[in-house]
Design a protein around this ligand. Sequence first.
Ligand code: ADP
Length: 400
Amino acid sequence: MKVLVVNAGSSSIKYQLFEMPARRILAKGMIERIGQADAALVHTCSGSKHTARICAADHDAGMAVILSTLTDKKIGVLSEIGQIGAVGHRVVHGGEEFTGSVVIDAHVLDSIERFADLAPLHNPPNLTGIRAAMHSLPSAVQVACFDTAFHTTLPPAAYIYGLPFDIYEKFRVRRYGFHGTSHRYVARRCAKLMGLDKSAANIITCHLGNGCSITAVKAGKSVDTSMGMTPLEGVIMGTRCGDVDPAILFYLGDKGYDTKQLNAMCNKQSGLLGISGISNDMRNLLGRVAEGNTRAKLAVDIFCYRITKYIGAYTAVLGRVDAVVFTGGIGENNPALRAQICADQPQIGIQIDPARNDASSSDERLISAETSRVKVFVIPTDEEGAIAGDTYELAAGKSK
Ligand code: ADP
């Protein structure tokens, strides 16, 4: 079965076409700047990359371009779009309702729309992508895979904030957590690499990309995670501030900042970018650190320090930690940062092996020393592959 994985943003659609159950990627790409005059397509298949200016006034038009590209005689990989048996959609917020991936029906569509209140920037474009796919591929099974689903196992002690309880009851203000598909995928791979059943392994997973989150996985289940009601909480990220004293916002409110400005400040102008005043991109920052820039160094030090702190906290939460996993663009690719994050952790049993850590590889690998009580792994994340896996299972189950 061919499974198309779709990640629709406000002005973009990313896609990957898989041959399942082999999880072989047949083609992938992205449409950018939907609704603008300079909309563009980047499409990769059989190792070659094609770019084109396109007309895509909306997501329906974008989806039509994707499908005609996939069936194009020269750069396509399908003879007809009917070969696509199922479409898996990344959906950011599934509220408290969705504990796993689901086949989309009218009720699921309603719920995703309802949870747009909790994820106003993400759920509406996700929904637009789903509707466009339902429209263009009416006979394919459509599946929603939620970023929040893996974290629905959090206990109340981890998800209830210290606010009046009726704020939770009235508005469902609580910790939801995000990046769930990535945390679930790397935790399962890690258990497998250790030869343990997923229900036997206690793992701290560190997803460090543009957005960053840390999760405590106990016996295969997420029991705490650093992102909160929104992706703003937790460690510092490219442009997000992570944990701050909420009273800072009241203080700045009294100084004349309105909620829109504070929202933009915390989400778009903080984190690595805000502290360094240089860039939200870790590679750029490290270049400036190498030149001796002290603000870039401060931003990187804070980044590492906060992660170290979460690993320590989640060690206490888990009691016994079998492994720490690094994933995401930063976690997978930067040995120096992994070493800095783990440098102060020998007392809790984390010891990096410098040669293993420095070895250049894009494979899953162990980077801790033989004597390290806690194993440390680098595991490239594969959110699309995980979505394709869930989608295939649900679609195959449906046709039985
Ligand atoms: P997203 O969260 O958007 O999926 P990625 O997981 O691709 O993003 O992570 C992007 C981040 O990874 C950027 O800050 C980028 O600079 C960083 N990154 C990629 N390669 C390296 C590297 N070799 N060293 C340090 N940071 C890196």
